[in-house]
Write a protein of this length. Structure first.
Length: 260
C-alpha cells in the first residue's frame, strides 16, 4: 500500500516562474515509520524545534537555524526519500495558457492529473493507496476529496476515470506530519530546478536526486517519465511562443540530467 501527499507551487506567473506546478510524493506505507524517524532525526540534528516548519523555502526557516543547516537538512530529507523508495509525480502547465481560469480551477486540474497518475501507478503496482492533500486555495478541499472518492475524475478530452485503487482521500498540512515536509522539499527542489535556477550547479545536484524519485522507466541511458512522473499540459501546444517555453523547459530538464 502507498500514500500520496500533494501540494502546489508557483501559483503566480513571473519571469522566472512561467509554469504552474502541482506535485505528489508517493511513499510506500511500509516505509512510513522509517521515513518519519529519519526526518525526525534530521530535524533534531539541524536545530529544528518540534513546532518549527521544515520547508524548502529558505526564508521560512526559524531564525535560530542557519542557512547551512537548513540547506543540509533539505539535502538529507531528499536522500531519505530516495533511500525509502519514494516516487514523485509532477504536473506542469504554462501560466499564460491557464490565465483565464480561477486559481482554484487550475489547482484542481493539477490535483486531478497527479491523483489520476497515482491511481495508474497503483494499478501498475497491483496495490492500493491513500491520498493526503494540502489545503486548496478556497478551503474547499473536503468537498473536492469527497467528489473524487464518489465520482472519480472527469476530463474535457478524455473519458471519466474511476479512482478504484484509492481507498481514502484526506487533507493534511505542513507540521501535521514529517511526510508533509518531505513533500514540500521535493516539490520545492523540482520547482527550483525547472525555473531558471540562480545556482546551476546546485540545480544539477538537486535534479540528479529528484530524477531518482520521479516515476519513470529507464531504457539504457534514456529516462522515460512522460505520462508517468512528468505530466505536461496541454498535450498539444499551438501557440509558438508558449511551445517555445515548453521546449525550453524540456531542454533545461535534459541539460540538468545529461550527466546522470
Amino acid at each position: 500500500m502507498f500514500i500520496l501527499l500533494t501540494d502546489e507551487t508557483n501559483r503566480a506567473h513571473s519571469d522566472d516562474a512561467r509554469f504552474f506546478v502541482y506535485g505528489g510524493l508517493i511513499v510506500p506505507m511500509s516505509s512510513v515509520p522509517a521515513l518519519h524517524a529519519a526526518i525526525a532525526e534530521i530535524r533534531s540534528n539541524h536545530s529544528y524545534a518540534p513546532a518549527d516548519a521544515l520547508k524548502f523555502d529558505t526564508n521560512s526557516r526559524p531564525e535560530h537555524v542557519t542557512l547551512a543547516e537548513a540547506t543540509d537538512a533539505k539535502r538529507q530529507v531528499i536522500a531519505a526519500c530516495i533511500a525509502h523508495s519514494c516516487r514523485f509525480i509532477a504536473y506542469v502547465v504554462h501560466h499564460q495558457i491557464a490565465r483565464n481560469q480561477p486559481i482554484q480551477q487550475v489547482v484542481e486540474w493539477g490535483a486531478d492529473h497527479v491523483i489520476g497518475k497515482f491511481n495508474y501507478f497503483l494499478t501498475v503496482e497491483g496495490s492500493y493507496g491513500i491520498v493526503a492533500m494540502d489545503r486548496l486555495p478556497d478551503g474547499m478541499e473536503f468537498s473536492y476529496l469527497a467528489q473524487k472518492f464518489s465520482g472519480g475524475l472527469s476530463f474535457p478530452d478524455d473519458p471519466a476515470v474511476l479512482l478504484d485503487r484509492i481507498t481514502l482521500f484526506s487533507s493534511t498540512s505542513i507540521n501535521a506530519s514529517h511526510l508533509s515536509s518531505a513533500m514540500d522539499i521535493v516539490l520545492g527542489s523540482w520547482r527550483y530546478c525547472i525555473n531558471a535556477p540562480r545556482n546551476v550547479e546546485a540545480a544539477k545536484s538537486m535534479m540528479a536526486d529528484i530524477t531518482q524519485l520521479i516515476w519513470h522507466r529507464r531504457e539504457g541511458d534514456t529516462l522515460h517519465a512522460a505520462e508517468k512522473g512528468l505530466v505536461m499540459r496541454p498535450k498539444e501546444v499551438r501557440n509558438p511562443q508558449y511551445k517555445a517555453d515548453y521546449d525550453a523547459l524540456l531542454e533545461n530538464i535534459n541539460a540538468l540530467i545529461a550527466h546522470l
